[in-house]
Design a protein around this ligand. Structure first.
Ligand SMILES: Nc1ncnc2c1ncn2[C@@H]1O[C@H](COP(=O)(O)OP(=O)(O)OP(=O)(O)O)[C@@H](O)[C@H]1O
Ligand SMILES: [Mg+2]
Length: 283
């Protein structure tokens, strides 16, 4: 969370010319964009880790020329902490306002609340309830009444992991205030295109990487979630000269033995890494 209150923090993000999104989500986001001009719109973006949620929020802002302000809800430990805090200077306490009040009073701003299901303190979200409700207002002793500016749109993102199923962990009253946008990992052919465009790997390598990753993801014995973030990391390593096997070992945070066992069970043949791990030399 930025503690700097300067206007320069609220920038329109740059377009990512290699960001792909399903047509269905694109047209619905366009509708939400239009709706937000005269009605409160809160969107909850749900999807697995690294599937492109934060980038989608950023690209929404870029596409619609809206300034973007992002806040980590996961680190909040008390109600009101988004707005500001009491500080001490020369023995006097004063109220330091943060970026959040400025962002929500900036017309057309996109407010991104990250990890909304994981505040450190259960009451940390209390101030958000009234901001996200239809009257879009909050009262703070230090700042008085704050009203959300025209056209502001709220996005909240949360990870849908194996350990929980997304929205269930969110307080029902809070969840009730949102439209839901569900995202998933990209289809194979699109992911291949993203890898080629973003990392420079060639067609054949991209094809290999994507098919191996999909085997890992969808094998019935032990599915391994591999995010788009990780497939990009793997492709970058391959593009820097690593074999796919080396790139997998160094990206997936699993031991060589475990990886080999899984590759065997799903019968993936990806060749040896070129350099033995047991030969040492001075570095
Ligand atoms: N559809 C896509 N097209 C192009 N690049 C993508 C796409 N989805 C994800 N990426 C890339 O993958 C990386 C991870 O994406 P992002 O950070 O948006 O995921 P996330 O879902 O917000 O992750 P987390 O769950 O960790 O918050 C970024 O570098 C992003 O540019
Ligand atoms: Mg994210």
């Amino acid at each position: 969370m930025s503690k700097d209150n300067s206007l320069s923090d609220l920038l329109i993000p740059e377009k990512d010319l290699n960001y792909f999104l399903s047509k269905e989500i694109i047209s619905n986001l366009d509708r939400f964009n239009a709706l937000a001009a005269n009605t409160p719109v809160n969107l909850l973006v749900v999807g697995k880790q690294g599937c492109g949620k934060s980038s989608m929020v950023k690209q929404f802002a870029a596409r619609h020329n809206r300034p973007l302000a992002t806040f980590q809800v996961g680190i909040l430990s008390e109600p009101g902490q988004l707005f500001g805090e009491l500080r001490l200077k020369d023995g006097e306490t004063y109220y330091q306002q943060f970026l959040f009040p400025q962002a929500i009073t900036t017309p057309n701003c996109v407010i991104h609340l990250e990890e909304i299901n994981r505040p450190e303190h259960p009451k940390a979200l209390n101030m958000l309830f009234s901001i996200l409700s239809d009257d879009r207002q909050a009262w703070l002793d230090e700042l008085g009444s704050i009203s959300v500016a025209k056209g502001v749109i709220f996005f909240a993102t949360l990870n849908e992991g194996e350990e929980f199923t997304g929205t269930e962990l969110l307080d029902a009253a809070l969840r009730d205030r949102f439209y839901v946008v569900s995202m998933d990992y990209l289809p194979m052919d699109i992911e291949k295109e993203v890898l080629k465009r973003k990392t420079g790997v060639g067609e054949e390598e991209a094809q290999n990487i994507v098919s191996i990753l999909n085997n890992l993801r969808h094998n019935t014995k032990m599915p391994i979630p591999v995010s788009t973030r990780h497939s990009l990391m793997i492709s970058k390593l391959v593009n820097a000269g690593a074999t796919i096997k080396e790139a997998l070992i160094f990206s997936l945070q699993m031991s060589r033995e475990a990886l080999e066992a899984i590759l065997l069970t799903v019968q993936i043949e990806i060749g040896e890494s070129e350099i033995s791990k047991n030969v040492y030399e001075l570095y």
